[in-house]
Design a protein around this ligand. Sequence first.
Ligand code: 5GP
Ligand code: MG
Length: 178
Amino acid sequence: MAQEVTVLDKVFVPYITRAEISSRISEMAARINEDYAGKNPLFIAILNGSFIFAADLFREVTIDAAITFVKLASYKGTTSTGNVVTAIGMEERLTDRHVVIVEDIIDTGKTLSAFIPEIESQKPASINIATFLSKPSALKYDVKAAYTAFEIENKFVLGYGLDYDGHGRNLPELYILK
Ligand code: 5GP
Ligand code: MG
């Protein structure tokens, strides 16, 4: 059993084991393999947090599929919403592609609610979200994931790609604030 870990000023305790993570990812990949057979989906993994989840999920996607990575930079714009998200590294043509957005965690849903319209503007054949985690009680925007490995309580988590101030991404399992 993993021990608690201290990162900077905070203590985290083990929350979801590597075995549980692997098993849920296998289930998710199996559903994706079925749902996207013959469709050559394009996975768009959102950096940095999703890179470990994306690698583990994509390894188990056995159908013909492609993956690309984007980094989202948000800044205060002059739109009505006041928020603009730019995708750095998005070079693929999305028109008529089946897109699967890969995210580490949907918290309020703000990030994806800003990013999805950018994808939609390129008229893909379909868009779905595959997220490692979601916090249903924190959700404030209309964002629904077709594939979710774990729904968790509204507390800060760490590890398996998710960081606390740049630390802890390399922890192999998921920890939660003590
Ligand atoms: P949202 O835009 O949905 O509110 O937030 C999504 C982003 O916030 C995630 O991609 C992640 O970077 C960060 N985030 C939200 N909750 C957590 C958490 O519990 N732990 C960590 N490490 N990051 C989180
Ligand atoms: Mg993120």
